[in-house]
Design a protein around this ligand. Structure first.
Ligand SMILES: [Mn+2]
Length: 428
């Protein structure tokens, strides 16, 4: 059976319900996935409510009393428990799972890479579009939120197919974030690629721009074709001088996606910010109505908080063998520790795996991030799953970004066991 038939089969199961609880992940992919599901359920007149969690642990599953659950962007890591508890449910989760579950639309079973070719929002759309035909905009926003365009600098696979059913405009442009900001800011804070000599050095960027005759206060979008050409070729020359490979340099240019003139990357930033700050329900509403500007003021608040968390984390980074780690100590919210670790890895030129700890209700939340130079040598997901399970917790995720929850007070045990795992992987 192909994935679309599976989607139809699952939509048939959902259609028979009178009440559906959507249980989703509080990030952009989870929010858009839940919004898609809600649109479909409303259309069918099926009563529904949405709940968001940051992480699906044993306890959350234990406490499920709802009649029927639609898991979105989570669930594949908990199939054993879902079966054991005999929860009546369907799962649309794009994360890899070794375990099979009849009512799960698991892309990997169909030879589709869930890290690149379809997100939870996309799976949710494959199911929901059986109820009625509607544009796939939110499915693509979810995929961008999940950074599925990052590897190839464009959307590929099943996402590409879904893109054709959306109102999203595809453009070829510079991929540096902030095309509407003054160009000196855009260049100084480009995380991918980081421009050497210019990264975070406003003075250096301004003199670089002056030298090539470009008004540094203009934004990329305001620049003429000629100016863009000059800037792009100067940046490329700089990267060549610094020994960047062709592959690295070509990342500077690629596909960007817009809806009503808004960059999808900006929309996902807003949705992530809202979801992580406890406003996921409002984010769903914004997705359904399509009024993304409403989330922009939330973003300012979020950015301020994030900056504080990053400087706190930076001041706390310590070494443990092959690892670096920091502890949030009640200063960094569990929902933000992953973002903080991810940004530190990108911006601080860290060359070791980075672990962030944060307190959560009854345990310690762990976020592990891998620097790009280790991306083919280390797989965080399996090691974190193994170690956290051994300590009485649970974990999983992606090769280069994974998370776990362990009991309080086990941080040192975790560090030692995890460091050994990583060391073994580096030797192999
Ligand atoms: Mn996702």
């Amino acid at each position: 059976m192909g994935i679309k038939n599976k989607a139809r089969e699952i939509s048939g199961i959902i259609e028979k319900q009178d009440v559906v609880t959507i249980l989703s992940h509080n990030d952009a992919d989870g929010v858009t996935g839940a919004a898609i599901a809600k649109i479909a359920l409303e259309q069918k007149g099926i009563k529904n409510e949405i709940k968001f969690v940051n992480y699906l642990d044993k306890k959350t599953i234990e406490e499920i009393k709802e009649k029927f659950v639609w898991f979105i962007d989570l669930g594949n890591g908990n199939i054993e428990e879902i079966i054991e508890k005999n929860i009546s449910c369907v799962i649309s989760d794009h994360h890899f799972s070794r375990n099979f579950y009849e009512n799960s639309i698991n892309p990997f079973i169909y030879g589709i890479d869930g890290e690149l070719e379809i997100s939870a929002a996309g799976l949710s759309y494959l199911i929901s579009s059986n109820f009625f035909d509607f544009p796939s905009d939110l499915a693509i926003i979810g995929a961008i939120g999940d950074l599925q365009d990052l590897k190839h600098c464009r959307i590929v696979g099943m996402n590409r197919e879904l893109l054709a059913k959306s109102n999203i405009e595809v453009k070829k442009d510079i991929r540096i974030y902030g095309r509407e900001k003054p160009v000196y800011k855009m260049i100084a804070y480009s995380p991918d690629p980081v421009i050497p000599r210019l990264f975070k050095r406003i003075g250096a960027v301004i003199s670089f721009l002056k030298k090539i005759g470009i008004n540094y206060e203009k934004s990329w979008n305001e620049m003429s074709k000629e100016e863009k050409k000059i800037l792009l070729s100067s940046l490329i020359r700089l990267l060549i001088e610094k020994g960047f490979t062709y592959e690295q340099i070509s990342r500077i240019f690629g596909e960007i996606y817009e809806i009503d003139g808004k960059d999808l990357r900006d929309i996902t930033t807003i949705l992530n910010a809202m979801a992580r700050n406890g406003e996921a329900e409002l984010a769903v509403e914004i997705c359904i109505k399509g009024n993304f500007e409403k989330g922009e003021s939330m973003l300012e608040k979020y950015k301020r908080n994030l900056r504080e968390c990053i400087s706190f984390a930076k001041s706390r980074i310590e070494e443990h063998g092959k690892l670096l780690y920091f502890h949030g100590d009640g200063q960094i919210n569990e929902n933000l520790v992953g973002t903080v670790a991810g940004l530190l890895i990108k911006e601080e030129e860290i060359k070791s795996p980075l672990i962030g700890f944060a307190e959560t209700g009854d345990g310690i939340k762990i976020s592990a991030r891998l620097p790009a130079i280790l991306s083919k040598k280390v797989n965080l997901s399996e090691s974190i799953h193994k170690v956290a399970s051994k300590l009485g917790g649970g974990g999983g995720g992606h090769c280069s970004a994974a998370g776990a929850i362990i009991p309080k007070g086990m941080e040192n045990e975790f560090l030692s066991a995890f460091e050994e795992e990583i060391r073994n992987q580096l030797v192999l």
